[in-house]
Structure formats: structure tokens, C-alpha cells
Design a protein around this ligand. Structure first.
Ligand SMILES: Nc1nc2c(ncn2[C@@H]2O[C@H](COP(=O)(O)OP(=O)(O)OP(=O)(O)O)[C@@H](O)[C@H]2O)c(=O)[nH]1
Ligand SMILES: [Mg+2]
Length: 157
């Protein structure tokens, strides 16, 4: 990825794009900026909210990819946008994952639904199901932070 990034910049920076520019130095900065935006995604996608709340958001990713952190950021962003996010502690496997989500939720000012202690104790499927019922009762948008056992098993390679 880094090699492709550098190659793309090299090609554009040594091409006519720069040679014909009024200010070649500024043109190089513009190219780097554009390429950076490109590798970081470029396009944005809007969240789709469910017609009948709650909206359930599942974050999938390899271990340590930043799912829990993103759940907190998303919760904060949704709260500021006037929604009622709820973080669900459904990673009941990894030691202290529940506590981690509680800290993240507290910092973001977002409620955390954590009926099970985790660290190997509790049924994540039951927690996920109950969280929707809990959210429905209190009319919430659900941002679910979980590493379901099946998914985490497949990411442990
Ligand atoms: N630099 C950087 N670090 C990040 C980012 N997001 C998360 N991290 C760090 O990466 C580490 C793992 O983040 P988590 O949010 O716990 O990742 P996770 O996917 O929930 O991890 P598991 O639940 O163990 O699978 C932590 O030390 C975070 O502080 C980010 O956007 N940038
Ligand atoms: Mg996590």
C-alpha cells in the first residue's frame, strides 16, 4: 500500500501535471493531499437509519483493528446529532472487553448496556437480543460493539 502510494505520487509529480504548473512546489503538495484523501476512502457513505428503531450497527474487524474505539466515536457523534445511542457490551470473551466499553462509553457520554460481566462469562447472543428489546423499550438507536464468538474465532489466525 505504501509502495503504491509513493509510486502514484512519483508518477504524477514527475509528469506534465507538475511541469506545466505555475507553482510546481504547491502542485506537489496538492498531489500528495489528493492521494492521501484517496487512500483514506475518498467517498463517504451516510448511515441508514431503520424505519422502526432501533437501528443496529455492527462493527466487524480483525482483533485490535479499532472497533471499540470507533464504537465510542460513533456513539459520541450520534449523541451530538441528537440520537440516543446505546453501546452494547457483547464481547464477553476477551478479558476486560466489557470494562473497556464502559470506560469508552463514559468518556463519550453514551449509555452502555452491559448485563453480563464478560471475560468468559455470559451469552453474547442473549445480550445482543436483550439489547434490542432494551433499546425498543427506551426508543433508542443501537450502536453495538461486539466481537461475536464466531467472528472472533475466525479472526484468530
Ligand atoms: N492510531 C490509532 N490508534 C487507534 C485508532 N483506533 C483505535 N486505536 C488503538 O488501537 C488499539 C485497539 O483498539 P480497540 O478499539 O480496542 O480495537 P478492537 O478492534 O475493539 O480490539 P478487540 O476488541 O481486541 O478486537 C487501542 O490501543 C486503541 O487506542 C485510530 O484510529 N488510530
Ligand atoms: Mg473491542
Amino acid at each position: 500500500m505504501v509502495k503504491a502510494f509513493i509510486a502514484a505520487i512519483k508518477e504524477r509529480a514527475t509528469g506534465s501535471e507538475v511541469a506545466q504548473a505555475l507553482n510546481p512546489a504547491q502542485q506537489v503538495i496538492k498531489i500528495v493531499n489528493e492521494e492521501l484523501i484517496g487512500i483514506l476512502g475518498g467517498e463517504t457513505r451516510r448511515l441508514q437509519f431503520a424505519k422502526n428503531p432501533p437501528t443496529v450497527i455492527m462493527l466487524a474487524g480483525l482483533q485490535g483493528a479499532g472497533k471499540t474505539t470507533l464504537a465510542g466515536k460513533l456513539g459520541l457523534w450520534l449523541r451530538k446529532a441528537g440520537h440516543q445511542p446505546l453501546l452494547v457490551a457483547a464481547d464477553l470473551q476477551r478479558p476486560n472487553a466489557v470494562q473497556q466499553l464502559q470506560v469508552v462509553g463514559e468518556r463519550a457520554g453514551v449509555e452502555v448496556y452491559a448485563p453480563q460481566p464478560g471475560s468468559g462469562v455470559g451469552d453474547p447472543i442473549q445480550v445482543a437480543r436483550d439489547s434490542i428489546e432494551h433499546a425498543r423499550r427506551t426508543m433508542r438507536v443501537t450502536s453495538s460493539s461486539s466481537t461475536p464468538p464466531v467472528a472472533s474465532a475466525s479472526t484468530r489466525s
